[in-house]
Design a protein around this ligand. Structure first.
Ligand SMILES: [Zn+2]
Length: 444
């Protein structure tokens, strides 16, 4: 048996602590899968465990790249993590991967997902990409909205990286989907061995409160000093005439961006006391807001993307949600349950159904599965009034019943641009469409 434990979880749920606890008990080594913690230094901004908290457990890919370097793309992470996993096994030890960067974990775990490859970055014009995609994979090209550069790029990258059409891969996955909750022996087709997955989850309001307190604590332990360090480093590089791509990497880390106006003002007018205090306070508030936003994004990624993929790959019965909502019960709910599950897993015993772990586990897992089973009906309709193309029947219905569409229709009627009978409208009910899974990515 080649066991592997992977720990997913939002920021602030205690996943790094669980990883250390498991490693201590089961002779493990830890692989970091948090893009920001891969940067060297800045322990407060990136929220790294201290050496003391690591308790002598080897941590890989922690602080292994320099500040000016680009964050790793998924394929690079997958390659390195896979190599380290087999090295750890070579030492007779248990690899434990823990991370906040969900697409790293997905990339490592799931087949057929080749996202965020750098191959086409820089200069590839959306229209040119679409033209190329129409050539190599017309089926998928027709599915994507012409403006959805990201999906077009991903499909092209899948083609270039695997030599296979994304449409074929998706069709295959669809066929494989038949049985939803898999048996134990199907869960090792990934070359990664036997897998046990944890998802540390906390209810949003409670987690938000905790994250706010954590930001205050970070400020007390010297967040601003670190931020100033990054700021000076950036200024030096700019002064040396270097080009710095600030759209990614450490420059996008939460806790740096938000304090930049303050730091700039400190340099310019160090004596402007009250004005500076105001900017500092704003920086703290924005850091809190961004942290909450990021935690929300992590949960949405899990419920909308990871769970659907795990289901397709018949790994969903290996995903254990541990409820970290009540921090005073962390020991019972997260630590003890996690330790016992890992013990059963390593002893090759029968594991309980993930939905039996807690009420929260049942609600959240069942809800996510239900959502991902709700098949969208593909279609492609364009609303000429709003100049909007919708790709599923559900989104189309949501659009033509939306307040926005109704408003556009009224405007168009007023301008007498269109005869009333030509208007697609069921605009008595105003329903805005749900936001799509195309979230803004802010932490990569
Ligand atoms: Zn419309």
């Amino acid at each position: 048996m080649k066991p592997l434990i992977i720990i997913y979880g939002s920021t602030g749920t205690g996943k790094s602590d669980l990883a250390v606890e498991l490693a201590t008990r089961y002779n493990g080594e830890i692989i970091n899968a948090d893009a920001m913690q891969m940067y060297n230094g800045l322990p407060i901004i990136t929220n790294k465990l201290t050496t003391e908290e690591q308790r002598g457990i080897p941590h890989h890919l922690l602080g292994s790249i320099e500040l000016h370097e680009d964050p790793w793309v998924v394929t690079q992470f997958k390659k390195e993590a896979t190599r380290i996993i087999s090295e750890i096994r070579g030492r007779g030890k248990l690899p434990i991967v823990v991370g906040g960067t969900s697409y790293y974990l997905d990339g490592l775990l799931l087949k057929g997902l080749v996202e965020d490859q750098p191959a086409l970055e820089g200069g590839a014009h959306p229209e040119a990409m679409l033209a190329k995609l129409r050539e190599v994979d017309p089926v998928i090209a027709d599915k994507w909205h012409p403006n959805d550069a990201r999906k077009i790029r991903t499909s092209l990258e899948i083609y270039f990286a695997t030599g296979r059409r994304a449409s074929d891969i998706y069709a295959e996955q669809r066929i494989k989907k038949e049985s939803k909750w898999a048996s134990k022996d199907t869960a090792q087709t990934h070359g990664l061995g036997e897998i046990l997955l944890f998802w540390l989850y906390a209810q949003r309001e409670v987690l938000n409160e905790r994250l706010d307190q954590r930001v205050d604590k970070m400020v007390r332990s010297g967040l601003l000093g670190e931020t100033a360090e990054v700021y000076d480093y950036l200024q030096q590089r700019l002064a040396a005439g270097e080009t710095v791509d600030r759209s990614k990497g450490i420059w996008q880390s939460i806790g740096f961006r938000q304090f930049e106006p303050y730091l700039t003002a400190v340099k310019a007018t160090p004596d402007a006391g009250p004005a500076l205090a105001k900017l500092k306070e704003a920086g703290i508030e924005e850091t809190k807001a961004a942290t909450r936003q990021y935690a929300k994004y992590q949960v949405r990624w899990m419920t909308m993307k990871t769970i659907a993929s795990l289901q397709e790959e018949k790994l969903l019965d290996r995903l254990y949600l541990l409820d970290s909502t009540d921090i005073s019960r962390w020991k019972q709910e997260v630590l003890e349950k996690g330790v016992e599950l890992a013990r059963q897993f390593l002893a090759d015993e029968q594991l309980p159904p993930p939905t039996d772990m807690s009420d929260t586990a049942r609600e959240v897992l069942a809800g996510s599965v239900e959502r991902s089973n709700r098949e969208d009906t593909p279609c492609r309709k364009t609303c000429d009034i709003c100049q909007k193309t919708l790709l599923t029947e559900e989104l189309w219905q949501a659009h033509i019943t939306s307040r926005k569409h109704a408003k556009a229709v009224r405007g168009a009627k007023k301008r007498m641009l269109i005869p009333a009978h030509a208007v697609p409208s069921r605009s008595l009910v105003a329903v805005e469409p749900e936001p799509s899974e195309q979230d803004s990515k802010q932490h990569q």
